[in-house]
Design a binder for this molecule. Structure first.
Ligand code: NDP
Length: 281
């Protein structure tokens, strides 16, 4: 007996995507773990689509307990889950994989909950009865439609550069009465309570050409993109004097908090992380 004590190895978690080097997730989960006293480590795994299945199997075989999933793997990750949560099933996309005690994987999608939590709790936005315009029909838009409908918004117009893709997305939902799909040029030119930019346009430094009159002084404009400074969308909204203009930092942190709770059974406080990341915004 040496009298030495050995600390248990931290439980491994991580993010799979391609690329992942820009990710804030290790920082966010690191703060959550410290705050809640969880013995875990969070790593980035840059995985190309061709080797995704092989590498995910290897990661879980090596002891990984859970993974976040980002672009371009969210839809492919559905196939790895033995079971999907209802919200992941409705989104047709998985952003969180949870290893269960029986060795199978549960697939969830926390993006919509992250957006709703940020809007309601951090931005104090009332969603009930809101008229919502979602720009984009890709993975991010797909993940937020059902959670917004669950908040009893009055209606959602989904507008996409490729109008047919918006129509295909809306057709997957049963709530036809509250959903309208169109191309950007056919958006009804009236002010919305909430406009969400779920396109990748901000990443390319462009603003889609939209009809006039979509913003009023009561409108909230939310760009899911996050990064330093203004985006073309937040500039567009600010110039038109929207009541509130936000970027997607809060959504990023809130979706991570939901994933963290799924993995560790403890809910982290997101405010310290929001404050810590404010300097990078
Ligand atoms: P996808 O690649 O799945 O979808 C991209 C969407 O953007 C499509 O609707 C596409 O339209 C549209 N688009 C791309 N380029 C342009 C352009 N130049 N002008 C107009 N529309 C364009 O991406 P995601 O849905 O996964 O991501 C979308 C955005 O959401 C990204 O900025 C991403 O960073 C952000 N995001 C933020 C999260 C957060 O936590 N804050 C979480 C998830 C995503 P088309 O169908 O015509 O090609």
């Amino acid at each position: 007996m040496t009298g030495e004590t050995y600390a248990a190895a931290p439980d491994p978690y991580g993010l799979i995507g391609h690329p992942v080097d820009h990710s804030w997730s290790p920082f966010i989960h690191g703060m959550f773990a410290q705050q809640t006293g969880q013995n875990m480590v969070y790593r980035l795994y840059d995985i190309e689509p061709a080797s995704l299945e092989k590498q995910v199997v290897e990661l879980f075989a090596s002891g990984v307990r859970g993974l976040n999933v980002t672009v371009p793997h969210k839809e492919a990750a559905v196939a790895f889950a033995r079971e999907l949560t209802p919200r992941a099933g409705r989104a047709g996309a998985v952003n969180t994989l949870i290893l269960r005690d029986d060795g199978t994987l549960l697939g969830d999608n926390t993006d919509g909950a992250g957006l709703v939590n940020d809007l309601r709790q951090n931005q104090q936005v009332v969603l009930r009865d809101a008229r919502v315009l979602v720009l984009g029909a890709g993975g991010a838009a797909r993940g937020v439609i059902a959670p917004l409908l669950d908040q009893l918004v009055r209606e959602i117009t989904v507008a996409n550069r490729t109008g047919a893709r918006a129509q295909a997305l809306c057709a997957e939902f049963h709530d036809k009465a509250r959903l309208t799909a169109c191309g950007f040029d056919a958006i009804p030119g009236r002010a919305y309570d909430l406009i969400i930019n779920a396109t990748a346009a901000s990443l390319h430094g462009v603003m889609p050409v939209l009809p006039n009159g979509l913003i009023s002084t009561y409108s909230v404009c939310y760009d899911m993109a996050y990064g330093r400074g203004m985006t073309p969308f937040t500039e567009w909204a600010t110039l038109q004097r929207a009541r509130l203009v936000c970027k997607g930092w809060g959504m990023l942190i809130e979706q991570a908090a939901v994933a963290f709770q799924l993995w560790r059974g403890v809910r982290p406080d997101t405010w310290p992380v929001l404050r810590a990341l404010a300097q990078y915004q």
